[in-house]
Design a protein around this ligand. Structure first.
Ligand code: MN3
Length: 199
């Protein structure tokens, strides 16, 4: 069964002005879709084509000869996770279990913001910043290119894409402004709470 491009969890205009429909027309319809098409082409006729996406990622991560499969499968997963990490009217301080855990593990919301902004803005070149659960504790991390928490023994709770294609149309080279808008207006804490609850 071929992998398919998931629909956005909201209308492409729903996150404006912080993320434009124009950005989604490239980032979802072109970039995310290309990873799906590439992955299906790379797996055509192979047993892994029948596996679920997380199995494909884990298997491909073990084999340097499968770097192309890993990169495309991980980018399919990362983008779907990123769309769900945002919601219209999101951002600001968390509520629920994640709020208490940020206080306990990271030293409070302000400390989280500082760590997350540092991770997102210092990731050199393309990559991702994450809030993850590792050995029962929250941690802020960053990964390069397609790399993701799943292959590092961590559970992803939230992410932001810091590849230039994520922000260039709306913010040009101003990655820090994009990350600030993500934190203030876009973060979906309901999604982080759901991921924490099922971890
Ligand atoms: Mn991207």
């Amino acid at each position: 069964m071929a992998f398919t491009l998931p629909e956005l969890p909201y209308a492409p205009t729903a996150l404006e002005p912080h993320m434009s429909a124009n950005t989604f027309s490239f980032h979802h319809a072109k970039h995310h879709n290309a990873y799906v098409v590439n992955l299906n082409n790379l797996l055509a006729g192979k047993p892994l084509a029948e596996a679920d996406l997380e199995t494909v990622i884990k298997e491909a991560a073990k084999d340097p000869a499968m770097a192309g499969v890993f990169n495309n499968a991980a980018q399919v997963w990362n983008h779907t996770f990123f769309w769900n990490s945002m919601k219209p009217g999101g951002g600001g301080k968390p509520t629920g279990a994640i709020a208490a855990k940020i206080d306990a593990d990271l030293g409070g919301y302000d400390a989280f913001v500082e760590q997350f902004k540092a991770a997102a803005t210092t990731q050199f070149g393309s990559g991702w910043a994450w809030l993850v659960l590792e050995n029962g504790k929250l941690k802020v991390t960053k990964t390069g290119n397609a790399d993701l928490p799943l292959v590092h023994g961590q559970t992803a709770l939230l992410t932001v894409d810091v590849w230039e294609h994520a922000y260039y149309l709306d913010y040009q080279n101003r990655r820090p402004d994009f990350v600030q808008a993500y934190l203030d207006h876009l973060v979906n804490w309901d999604f982080a709470n759901a991921n924490l609850a099922s971890a």
